[in-house]
Design a protein around this ligand. Structure first.
Ligand code: COA
Length: 177
């Protein structure tokens, strides 16, 4: 039996571009995020790390600092760019000619929210696919909040964030004392 791929209205719109957008707050970027970017580069030619300007969160690091911390992680990767976006992520992805949005999944607890986000994004813009990567086992328990919390109380978070992020966190919490 042979199967035929039937063209539909979508097929015209779904041309892969090799560009993916990895959106988030990145307050601050962690080794878990870095791992997702590096693994995305095995699938996509270019990854744009897009920092959300208008997040419901109250970030510890101002936007410019968050951008600088992300940029420092990828100075050796010319196929990673860092940008900011203040609208819908799917609109940004289309503007950038990206074919996909990458999201990391750490645990079942992430699934409901991520599923909802992926569905609304698909409803808003069918040309952009959401691609989920399972977070590496080593980073499964990490989140930006948990790291900030540990750092605030003087916990040892080395190995969970890049060295320059560790230094920035130390500085931030020393400043505020
Ligand atoms: N390693 C470490 N931590 C990870 C991780 C990984 N691999 N994957 C997720 N996380 C953590 C993050 O550190 C973050 O932790 P925090 O909550 O303690 O800060 C949490 O998981 C999720 O954050 P993030 O991935 O940065 O997503 P977000 O929820 O902060 O941001 C947006 C979501 C910005 C992508 C989404 O709201 C968005 O697209 N907004 C723009 C408007 C829009 O288009 N909305 C959707 C349609 S209405």
């Amino acid at each position: 039996m042979s199967y035929q791929v039937v063209p539909n209205a979508d097929s015209q719109l779904n041309r892969p571009s090799g560009i993916a957008v990895y959106p988030g707050t990145f307050d601050p970027i962690t080794n878990g995020h870095v791992d997702i970017v590096k693994r995305s580069l095995r699938m996509f030619d270019q990854v744009i790390v897009a920092l959300a300007v208008n997040t419901e969160k109250k970030p510890l690091f101002p936007l410019e600092e968050r951008v600088a911390l992300v940029e420092q992680c990828f100075t050796a990767n010319s196929n990673v760019t860092v940008d900011t976006t203040d609208g819908l992520t799917v609109d940004y992805a289309v503007q950038q000619n990206a074919c996909a949005i990458v999201r990391g999944l750490r645990a079942v607890s992430d699934f409901d929210y991520e599923f909802q986000l992926a569905l609304i994004n698909r409803k808003l813009e069918r040309r952009v696919q959401t691609v989920f990567l399972m977070t590496g086992l080593r980073w499964i328990y990490i989140s930006s909040s948990i790291i900030k919390n540990a750092a605030r109380h003087g916990g040892d978070i080395s190995g969970m964030v890049p060295a320059h992020v560790l230094a920035a966190l130390k500085e931030k919490y020393t400043e505020s004392k």
